[in-house]
Design a protein around this ligand. Structure first.
Ligand SMILES: Nc1ncnc2c1ncn2[C@@H]1O[C@H](COP(=O)(O)OP(=O)(O)OP(=O)(O)O)[C@@H](O)[C@H]1O
Ligand SMILES: [Mg+2]
Length: 318
């Protein structure tokens, strides 16, 4: 059993003066090193869910635990230093250079100069910003995408116990956004961290999340794998939401393993082969090009992992 990094227990949030709950009866667990996306329409309570974790907002009732500890029992300033937080416009300090922005928490923790420099350099490499080119620049001289990279580096500076990301790529053009998504996935593979990532983009939620929390009207509608969210939506809302995006985008976001099933000898023999690292859109193309009803998935080790049936793909696209 994996450790539970974060747990919401019967969490409610009502803002002063409001007569409705922004977050209502949320109970869920996020496992350590999981990448969980929160998907929902505007006003569904996504940001509120995150802001209660780093205690920008207080809970009306219920509890939130970080690695088994009630966050209200922890010293708020100390605690926040171990929570990475990345928001839409970068949230960088405008009067600080890139280097100083990234070093904010290490400086607060009084790391020595040399260690800070090394860490900053390492982080800038990690987010693909050339150290010498960017270190002395100020946020207002950076593009949106570059600012987000700095924001991510800053959040990672002291290996956080949890990363909270609130629509970090929301204001970025589609091409740069796609690049940043790929970089974030690579980063996630490398640094292994627990990530809670808010988005209202269905494709982004599926592409990045190992699990997705679908929110509507302050309530969790479904908390499940991308596959189950797409194929077995828990209710009408989830179903409508996941069908609102471009169908082909969804295939592009899903890895082959979602639809891989056992194949018999004959199917293996007859089937066109596809590299197991590809995505479902490529399986579809291959089948259409070859007028085939299935493809055979080949793993890293060269062995057959199974087959993907056209009928399964069609079901997904319904
Ligand atoms: N500081 C606040 N004071 C009063 N009401 C608030 C406050 N912050 C959020 N709300 C309300 O709580 C509800 C949920 O807001 P929240 O910001 O969590 O939504 P969201 O899902 O992040 O939306 P978006 O996609 O637009 O960012 C909304 O109805 C909003 O108006
Ligand atoms: Mg929000």
């Amino acid at each position: 059993m994996a450790n539970i990094a974060l747990e919401y227990k019967n969490v409610y949030k009502k803002f002063e003066g409001s007569d409705r709950y922004a977050v209502s009866d949320v109970s869920l667990q996020i496992e350590e090193n999981d990448f969980v996306t929160i998907l929902g329409t505007s006003g569904s309570g996504k940001t509120t869910l995150l802001k209660m974790v780093n205690r920008i907002y207080e809970l009306t009732s219920g509890t939130i635990e970080l690695f088994g500890e009630n966050i209200m029992d922890l010293d708020v300033n100390e605690y926040r230093r171990h929570i990475g937080y990345v928001i839409q416009q970068g949230g960088l300090f405008p009067h600080k250079t890139v280097e100083d922005n990234i070093a904010t928490v290490p400086k607060l923790l009084k790391w020595d100069e040399k260690m800070i420099k090394e860490r900053t350099k390492e982080l800038m490499e990690l987010v693909q910003l050339d150290y010498e080119t960017y270190r002395k620049r100020y946020p207002n001289s950076l593009s949106g995408g570059e600012q987000q990279r700095v924001g991510i580096a800053r959040a990672l500076a002291v290996k956080p116990r949890l990363m909270l990301m609130d629509e970090p790529f929301g204001a970025i053009d589609a091409i740069t956004r796609s690049k940043l998504q790929q970089e974030l996935l690579r980063l996630y593979e490398n640094v292994q961290n627990t990530i809670l990532f808010v988005t209202h983009d269905v494709f982004e939620a599926i592409l990045l999340g190992k699990k997705i929390i679908v929110m509507d009207d302050g309530k969790v509608q479904q908390y499940d794998t991308p596959y189950n969210i797409l194929l077995h939506p828990a209710n009408e809302f989830v179903s409508r939401l996941v069908r609102s995006g471009d169908q082909f985008d969804k295939l592009r976001a899903l890895s082959l393993e979602y639809l891989t099933e056992p194949a018999n000898e004959e199917e293996i023999h007859d089937g066109i082969r596809i590299d197991g690292l590809k995505h479902l859109n490529e399986a579809l193309l291959l089948m259409l090009q070859n007028d085939a009803s299935h493809v055979i998935v080949i793993g890293d080790d060269g062995n057959v992992k199974g087959k993907i049936e056209m009928s399964a793909l069609k079901q997904l696209l319904q």
